[in-house]
Design a protein around this ligand. Structure first.
Ligand code: AMP
Ligand code: MG
Length: 349
């Protein structure tokens, strides 16, 4: 069983140091970041990184993001940092942006981290505990989201302690994640930015650095079997509860609410139970007897959504109908997670 430290009353230096020692010893640690919780290991230690894949049941062709606390760590790992990447680093680091670089050599970052790709995803987290953990460990930390593969990412320790406490050496509890969705993953190619996974840093914000920002076709599109993708994580079932879910979205609020009520009506008539997840201000308009508040703003919805998705399986309902949020700004990242949670079962009208 992991050693557990509750950081809610401020940083406990001693405990971060103990967790850092576990990283140095080649063990894995559950720690907070501003996006979601991570399960981390020394990124330079192949054996340690393998423990992460075992703990999560993660496919070995799904690469991990390497977390750093200073730019020297990046220089040690990557071939070069081009001008656009430099600007992105200046503007968004520390923060929720992962940049895919060409890696220097497999002797520094082992193949297990990059899933044999010659590129490596790197990010500098802004969360204080994460930063201190990396600094004290003195090595970059490879860390995917803290969850058993396929499940929603952990945004508070209560949500994931059961599934992970016997698999990690140390748990650093830093309360709820500020953002609640994983980082934006981008790659700079031919002076363009390609968004491989949307996140808190939006297309609109990236366009302030380079005009030409594209969204990879798989961000909202379905990945067909055996199709090559630029971000391997896109291939996998992700964020999905066991209960059947459907996302419904329309730019017209009225149309969306009517459609959700129509679906509720049809499903209830079949003798099935429905749960609706909707914006606070819309809830009273839903006819379903069970309805949950997603939050009101996009920031609130981002922060709440994984916890809600994790809870639905405990409700014993047959269908979860989830309000969509559109694709603007942070909406793109939320929609990307929701359509996967619904296993591409969605209605946009
Ligand atoms: P997670 O750690 O669960 O947030 O997942 C990390 C995401 O980053 C996955 O979707 C990966 O596909 C993506 N990623 C990490 N490294 C690379 C890389 N070298 N090239 C492309 N995508 C990457
Ligand atoms: Mg993940």
């Amino acid at each position: 069983m992991a050693k557990y430290s509750n950081q809610k009353n401020g940083l406990i230096e001693q405990e971060i140091a103990e967790a850092a020692q576990e990283i140095k010893n080649g063990n894995i640690v559950l720690f907070p970041t501003e996006t979601v919780y991570g399960i981390g290991a020394n990124a330079l230690n192949e054996k340690a990184v393998k423990k992460i894949f075992e703990a999560k049941g993660r496919a070995s062709d799904n690469p991990l993001i390497v977390h750093v606390s200073n730019i020297e760590m990046v220089k040690n790992i990557v071939k070069e940092i081009n001008n656009i990447e430099k600007k992105l680093i200046e503007k968004f680091w520390p923060g929720p942006l992962t940049i895919i670089f060409n890696r220097k050599s497999e002797k520094i970052i082992p193949n297990v981290v990059t899933a044999n790709l010659n590129t490596v995803g790197i990010r500098m987290p802004s969360n204080k505990i994460a930063k201190e953990l990396i600094e004290k460990a003195g090595v970059p930390i490879a860390a995917p989201s803290a969850n058993v593969s396929g499940k929603p990412s952990g945004t508070k320790v209560e949500d994931i302690i059961e599934e992970l406490q016997n698999k990690v050496a140390y748990i650093l509890d830093g309360g709820s994640s500020d953002i609640g969705l994983e980082s934006t993953v981008i790659k700079v190619e031919n002076n363009k930015i390609n968004i491989l996974r949307p996140g808190k840093i939006t297309k609109e914000e990236l366009e302030e650095v380079v005009k030409n920002v594209q969204i990879d076709e798989h961000v909202l599109g379905k990945v067909e079997k055996n199709e090559a993708v630029s971000s391997p994580g896109m291939k996998y079932r992700h964020y999905a509860p066991n209960t059947k879910c459907i996302m419904v979205y329309s730019k017209s609020k009225e149309k969306m609410i009517n459609k959700i009520n129509e679906l509720t009506n049809k499903t209830t008539k079949e003798g099935k139970k429905v749960l609706v997840l909707g914006r606070k201000s819309n809830l009273e308009k839903y006819i379903s007897s069970q309805k949950w508040n997603e939050g009101e703003t996009l920031n609130e919805i981002a922060k709440n959504i994984f916890t809600l998705l994790r809870k639905v399986d405990k409700e014993n309902v047959d269908l979860v109908i989830i309000e969509g949020v559109g694709e603007e700004a942070l909406g793109l990242a939320i929609t990307n997670r929701l359509i996967r949670a619904c296993e591409y079962n969605y209605i946009i009208i």
